[in-house]
Design a protein around this ligand. Structure first.
Ligand code: AMP
Length: 147
């Protein structure tokens, strides 16, 4: 749990799906579907302007009966984006997901976007850690029994 996001990003890759702040919701959803991701980052040039996720489609677009083709992304994105640094640990990020009730965190280093960590990335990493630990305990016990 003390592993840093740098390690997770090395394993998953640093690809980040972004859209311009000038697009509509329909275009944003097309991008999310094309890459099979639940969130896209909204960029104003090189600047992070917001985040738009599946939850926003549900609540702020469908729930508010807005037309995706006519709604600018800036109207329904979350502009106040929580970010983390690459030196943050898995435990710290899990705490943010729980406390802030979100499932995506852009990773920023010196003002530059270097990746995105989702709750799915973290739970995959934790599940793998548990598998490895269980296997090493099994081997330890089996070794102890055979001596
Ligand atoms: P999610 O659970 O990630 O689909 O997001 C739930 C809500 O939190 C949505 O309104 C998102 O726009 C918002 N949200 C998701 N990630 C972040 C983030 N890193 N910073 C701020 N808001 C976020």
């Amino acid at each position: 749990m003390n592993t840093t996001l740098t390690t997770l990003l090395e394993q998953k890759g640093g690809s980040v799906y972004t859209i311009s702040s000038t697009v509509t919701v329909a275009e944003a959803v097309q991008e999310m579907n094309a890459h099979k991701v639940g969130a896209v980052l909204v960029m104003h040039g090189l600047q992070l302007a917001g985040i738009f996720t599946e939850r926003d489609v549900l609540r702020r677009v469908v729930g508010a009966s807005l037309d995706p083709k006519l709604t600018p992304i800036t109207q329904v994105m979350t502009a106040n984006v929580l970010t983390v640094v690459p030196t943050a640990t898995v435990q710290e990020v899990m705490d943010v997901f729980t406390e802030k009730r979100c499932r995506h965190l852009p990773v920023m280093q010196a003002g530059r976007l270097v990746g995105v960590i989702s709750i799915g990335d973290v739970s995959r990493w934790v599940a793998n850690l548990h598998r490895v630990e269980a296997e090493s305990l099994r081997q330890y016990i089996a070794g102890g029994l055979s001596t």
